[in-house]
Design a protein around this ligand. Structure first.
Ligand code: SAH
Length: 344
């Protein structure tokens, strides 16, 4: 049976006209589905019983459900989320003093092959649907209200999958999350994180949705980056840079580079020099992400001195840099650890 949430507002309007109903009913249903995130046709109380029955005959709503919830000692909550076909993804709530961030997944598994990431070891099974992305946001908003007494404040597409490889649904989900008829959140509080697919970065720039962009750089030396992230040999850094310049021109938003510093991999002077040179070509800032080991021993967080060296040299060159400490590591909820361990 078809999911009611696969219909656009105009398709809903056509449906109601064909059922002999007033088109404004479509708006009411849209509001239940996308603003109130209601998961039951029966509970759409401003529709007549007769109309609800008619709808329920041909349509259902297929929400996500929490299969397993784990709480970290630092307050992070990891949800193992079950989709309507039984597949699992993970969605993480990350609390700080003043914020609650939802880290949402965009695909089941991932088709990219970043060597350091646990999700890359899973086969990409399928793209998430629009409603499955929006449901993760609504779920974490509920949890934030329940456990922290405040609404969700930020969303990062840094869960499982590559958002740019599920481009259409991710963009549509962002529209549903931000439009006043949907969840009404500010796009400025949404960050799309990508491994760097130039064509898609340009497309996103053209969408006129005012989200932030993060790019997983990890090395500004072409050959090295291609070893760490093998798929990127199809996407030279010069193309990425050109796409980022386009992004900046179109949106006025600076890009954040996500960057892990690994022992004996990219902790040398030439690595820092290359990063500085890269950053100087585009308005940007750098987030140094603490690495979460995934157990193969090849990649290891660099020592403190190497990290400090990065920070000092970036700052000396006028480049803004932040150190991002890992959250939720004790429950495998940290960056790059999302791999459905609970399901194994
Ligand atoms: N595919 C997207 C979004 C998911 S990954 C992307 O690549 O950006 C989110 C971030 O976590 C990326 O910056 C990624 O490089 C980083 N990451 C992956 N594995 C990690 C790990 N084990 N430790 C720390 N960060 C990791």
């Amino acid at each position: 049976m078809k999911d009611l949430r696969t219909l656009s507002l105009s398709e809903l309007q056509e449906l109601f006209i064909s059922l002999g109903e007033k088109p404004f009913r479509a708006k009411q249903v849209y509001d239940w589905l996308w603003s109130k995130n209601l998961h039951s046709i029966e509970e759409m109380t401003n529709l007549s019983k007769n109309l609800r029955d008619k709808l329920a005959k041909d349509f259902q709503i297929k929400p996500i459900s929490v299969d397993q919830l784990q709480k970290s000692s630092d307050g992070t909550i990891k949800n193992g989320v079950k989709l309507h076909d039984g597949l699992l993804v993970e969605s993480v709530l990350i609390p700080t003093e003043t914020r609650t961030t939802a880290c949402v997944s965009s695909q089941v598994g991932c088709s990219l092959n970043c060597e350091f990431c646990a999700t890359a070891r899973l086969k990409r099974m399928r793209n998430l649907e629009v409603a499955e992305i929006v449901d993760q946001v609504a779920l974490i908003d509920q949890q934030s209200r329940m456990y922290f007494d405040r609404p969700l404040t930020n969303i990062v597409f840094m869960g499982m999958g590559e958002p740019m490889m599920n481009y259409k649904n991710v963009v549509e989900a962002i529209r549903k999350i931000t439009e006043p008829e949907g969840l009404g959140m500010s796009p400025r509080r949404i960050t799309v994180s990508t491994s760097g697919i130039p064509k898609m970065i340009k497309m996103l720039a053209d969408e006129n949705i005012k989200v932030k962009l993060a790019l997983s750089l990890h090395s500004a030396i072409e050959e090295k980056r291609n070893e760490i992230m093998p798929f990127s040999d199809k996407f030279p850094l010069t193309d990425i840079l050109e796409a980022l310049k386009y992004w900046y021109e179109k949106t006025g938003n600076i890009v954040t580079f996500e960057y892990c510093v690994w022992k004996n991999i990219n902790d040398g002077e030439e690595d820092i020099k290359a990063l500085i040179k890269f950053c100087k070509q585009i308005p940007s800032k750098v987030n140094l992400i603490q690495y979460n080991p995934i157990g193969d021993g090849k990649y290891d967080q660099c020592n403190k001195a190497a990290e400090e060296n990065y920070v000092r040299q970036l700052e000396n060159n006028g480049i803004k840099v932040m150190i991002r400490r890992s959250r939720g590591g004790d429950i495998d909820a940290a960056c790059g650890q999302l791999a459905n361990k609970a399901a194994e």
